[in-house]
Design a protein around this ligand. Structure first.
Ligand code: ASP
Length: 405
């Protein structure tokens, strides 16, 4: 009997994506139906992802540190990771600002007189820093506060390594738990084609071609910058520092890229990202440390989006941004992207911080809020590709360092 050939997860996700767009466009007039009966299944899927993400980040960072067995090695990997994340984010925002300025002339002139945007209570920079550190053992996990979870994982991970040989039982238990949660995640990921369809279809049905029309140029600018950043920065770095051909890299990353595009959540894409990068040759110990960190602090796509939107909003208000103002944007957008949670829509909230830093009216966010999801799909894709690129590079560097010893 002929065996039925099983479609790969990437192909299944791709089919779901195309189906969601087609069905979404056909359902334009019935978006209420899509919202009421299709979206909830997408929400269930997203909930399952959110459920698994806290233990995955906590245990994979801890186990990543434990497996390195050496505090200095963690330091060396950590330093390379953070350096890569910071530099690429700064480049991303420069690309965003350059793209914004280049296409400014083609942006639509939208009246700003009756705009109102209620910014969520924005926190100051120092408050943001203070909030990274947990004051309670349980609450970071209950509230899924990823930065606090990273601090917890680092502290406990380092403590386990420092205590050393004595605590084999704990080490084994943590490794076993890590494996169990990974298995759990694998099960949830099997549902992703359905999840992707149910998440995307209502978005397309609701936004349709009409709303995209008026902001098409701004969206196009952001997407051009996303592509430029991915093709130039990631191809170059993964090719030279990572020792991997960019074509192979993007091909291997396809399942994660498609998933990020349709889910608009870096954190949700984390499990799939781990799978893809490990298949591409990243070591498990590096990717289980670098990726969860990146899903929380490294957001190149978000930085690009903030640059493009800042220029667009300034143009709508007839404000010409000066060079020092743009430099301020580079700094604040880099920080804002660290503070952005890897969930849908988070980058738009942080845009308020960037606009305020150069005295642009926060109400301007209302101009882009309607199509935020479409910006978000692209920026999340860039965000996770940057994380993957870093894990390949750091992994390659570590392998070389070890071979050279
Ligand atoms: N949705 C993005 C992400 O998960 C964050 C953002 O809104 O910019 O990476």
């Amino acid at each position: 009997m002929q065996q039925k050939k099983k479609l790969s997860l990437a192909t299944q996700i791709f089919i779901a994506l195309v189906l969601a767009i087609v069905v979404g466009l056909l359902m334009g007039d019935y978006y209420d139906f899509a919202n009421a009966y299709i979206k909830p299944f997408g929400t269930i899927f997203l909930n399952l992802i959110k459920f698994i993400v806290v233990p995955i980040v906590l245990f994979s960072i801890m186990c990543g540190i434990i497996s390195m067995k050496d505090v200095r090695k963690v330091g060396s990997i950590g330093l390379k990771t953070v350096a890569y994340y910071m530099c690429t984010t700064a480049v991303a925002i420069v690309i965003g600002l350059a793209g914004g300025n280049l296409f400014k002339g083609m942006f639509p002139a939208i009246a700003t007189t009756d705009l109102a945007y209620e910014a969520a209570e924005s926190t100051s920079l120092m408050e943001t820093v203070v909030n990274i550190f947990p004051s309670n053992f349980i609450s970071p996990m209950v509230n899924a506060n990823m930065l606090q979870i990273i601090v917890m994982a680092l502290l406990i991970g380092f403590a386990i390594v420092s205590v050393g040989e004595k605590n084999v039982t704990v080490v084994n238990a943590f490794n076993d738990l890590n494996e169990i949660f990974m298995k759990c995640m694998e099960m949830i990921l099997k549902l992703s084609p359905v999840g992707v369809f149910c998440l995307l279809c209502p978005v397309i049905a609701e936004n349709g071609p009409a709303i995209i029309g008026s902001l098409a140029m701004v969206l196009l600018t952001a997407y051009i910058c996303y592509f430029v950043h991915a093709l130039v920065v990631y191809s170059l770095t993964v090719g030279t520092l990572g020792g991997l051909s960019p074509v192979k890299f993007f091909k291997g990353m396809m399942p994660a890229i498609l998933f990020a595009f349709s889910s608009a959540s870096s954190v949700g894409t984390l499990p799939l990202n781990m799978e893809c990068t490990q298949k591409l040759g990243a070591s498990r110990e590096v990717s289980s440390f670098v990726l969860p960190l990146g899903a929380t602090i490294n957001m190149d796509g978000t930085a690009i989006y903030q640059g493009v939107c800042a220029i667009f909003i300034a143009a709508c208000y007839g404000i010409e941004l000066t060079l020092p103002q743009m430099l301020t944007i580079v700094l604040t957008a880099t920080l804002a992207s660290i503070g952005t949670a890897g969930v849908p829509g988070a980058g738009m909230v942080m845009l308020a911080m960037v606009l305020t830093s150069v005295g642009l009216p926060v109400d301007g966010i209302a101009l882009v809020a309607g199509v935020d999801r479409i910006f978000d799909m692209g920026r999340t894709t860039v965000n996770i590709t940057g994380d993957a690129c870093c894990s390949i590079i750091v992994s390659n560097m570590e392998k070389k360092r070890e071979a050279g010893r």
